[in-house]
Design a protein around this ligand. Structure first.
Ligand code: SAJ
Length: 417
């Protein structure tokens, strides 16, 4: 039997490799020819610990191949991006294109699973798209458990940086359009899953994915709001949170420069788009987190002003060093990163030199290349007047804050101050 994974990105490729590592015949489909060629050579086009080894073994063993053209399969997993467009409306164009691409090769008895983060109702919508193109087959919305094609929503919930572990260990929410759809989807994931399959309907599973990431966003917003209040009150927010978390029922997350990545800053908007009247807290959390980089920039401006007054230097003689660009610690992913946004604004605003330390990259991205200089941690600490801590990479944490000589520090992660 053949399993086909549509979309070979951060979710699809690890999933395809996990099935192939259990000796299943897997065909991965992607519109990106470069990705397809790379995978067929046994290499990978994304950064994720241990993924390279699993993909290489799967390709060399003959269990995983990639193609740009859809194939006939017993099960399809769709893991394509669902970004937002315009006014934070979910953009389902990639899911629609994926459904249209598999429709011609769909055979009686196939199982189609949507994994992409999606608004409530998306799975049924996808089944409608398929049904419209294949009137010779019956689908769950018409035929229930006796349908020719089974359809389910099974969201991914893996943490970038720990995908290969979490993919196997995490429990999985299975939202079949009918009980038979759920049973078949559970059977499929049980090929590699050590966690449990928890069965529900498609709409609940869709909402569950959005809920998980909104929960995290709301809780980070709480921490970020506290950081603004504490700055105003002259209280160390990290000490405050440590103390509050000694209460047995309090567990506050960490403030930071804002919320980045491709999930937590996006998914809550899907709920807001569908229920704008009710989703007041969820919307406000997004606004609080999106505002944080602007607040940090103003902190930097105030710190530079203090430095100028105290040192008598001209602004053009002051060096600012930004520590970290990635969207979270110990990764090289700069996409949708608040640290990157802040560093770029600082470099654009500041008339003197802006230094950047990012141990996980070798060259600055275009957005920063003209306005700042990539330097080592030691160079930055030796040269800069004002320090801006943006990401708590382990290399930064390893430095004792008491040894840092500069007094003008904006520390969004509580690493040195
Ligand atoms: N962050 C804070 N404070 C914290 C925790 C995180 O400011 O206390 C920031 C991070 O620095 C980062 C952002 O939040 O900018 C998101 O990072 P993250 O580590 O919380 O999450 P992601 O985006 O890497 O992955 C999330 C995970 N979701 C949850 O933990 C509920 C992951 O399990 C999901 O699979 C993933 O989104 C996804 O693909 O949806």
């Amino acid at each position: 039997s053949t399993i086909s994974v549509i979309g070979l990105g951060y979710i699809g490729l690890p999933t395809a490799a996990a099935f192939a590592s259990r000796q299943k015949n897997v065909v991965g489909i992607d519109i990106n020819q470069h990705a397809v060629d790379t995978i067929n050579r046994g290499d990978i086009h994304i950064v994720e610990p241990d993924l390279d080894k699993v993909v290489r073994a799967a390709v060399e063993g003959g269990f995983l191949t990639a193609s740009t053209r859809p194939v006939e399969a017993d099960a399809y997993l769709i893991a394509v991006p669902t970004p937002f467009k315009g006014d934070h409306e979910p953009d389902m164009a990639y899911v629609k294109a994926a459904a249209e691409s598999i429709a011609p090769v769909l055979k009686k008895g196939a199982l189609v699973i949507l994994e992409s983060t999606s608004p409530v109702g998306a799975t049924e919508q996808m089944a409608e798209w398929l049904a419209a193109l294949r009137t010779d087959l019956s689908f769950p919305q018409q035929a229930g458990d006796s349908a020719d094609i089974n359809v389910a929503y099974c969201p991914e919930r893996v943490l970038p940086g720990q995908v290969m572990v979490e993919l196997i260990k995490n429990d999985r929410v299975i939202g079949g359009m009918t009980p038979v759809c759920s049973a078949r989807a559970s059977e499929l994931y049980n090929i590699f899953l050590e966690g449990e399959c928890v069965v529900t309907n498609a709409r609940t599973a869709e909402m569950c994915k959005l809920t998980e990431n909104s929960f995290r966003d709301v809780n980070i917003a709480f921490a970020n709001e506290l950081s603004l209040i504490c700055a105003d009150q002259g209280i160390n927010v990290w000490e405050l949170i440590r103390l509050a978390n000694r209460h047995p029922r309090v567990n506050i997350l960490q403030p930071g420069p804002g919320v980045g990545g491709h999930c937590i800053a996006v998914d809550p908007w899907f709920i807001v788009a569908q229920n704008p009247q009710q989703a007041r807290l969820i919307r406000t959390a997004r606004e609080v987190n999106d505002h944080k980089p602007h607040w940090v920039l103003n902190q930097v401006k105030a710190m530079v002003a203090d430095c100028l007054t105290a040192s008598g230097k001209r602004a053009s003689d002051v060096k600012i060093a930004c520590f970290g660009l990635a969207f979270k610690p110990n990764i090289d992913d700069l996409r949708e990163s608040p640290a990157m946004e802040i560093a770029a604004s600082v470099a654009q605003w500041h008339s003197g030199e802006t230094l950047v330390v990012e141990p996980n990259i070798h060259a600055l991205p275009a957005k920063l290349a003209d306005s700042s200089t990539l330097v080592s941690l030691d160079e930055a600490l030796a040269q800069a007047d004002v320090l801006v801590m943006l990401v708590d990479h382990s290399q930064f944490r390893a430095i004792d804050g008491a040894q840092v000589e500069q007094q003008w520090i904006v520390d969004t992660k509580g690493v040195w101050r």
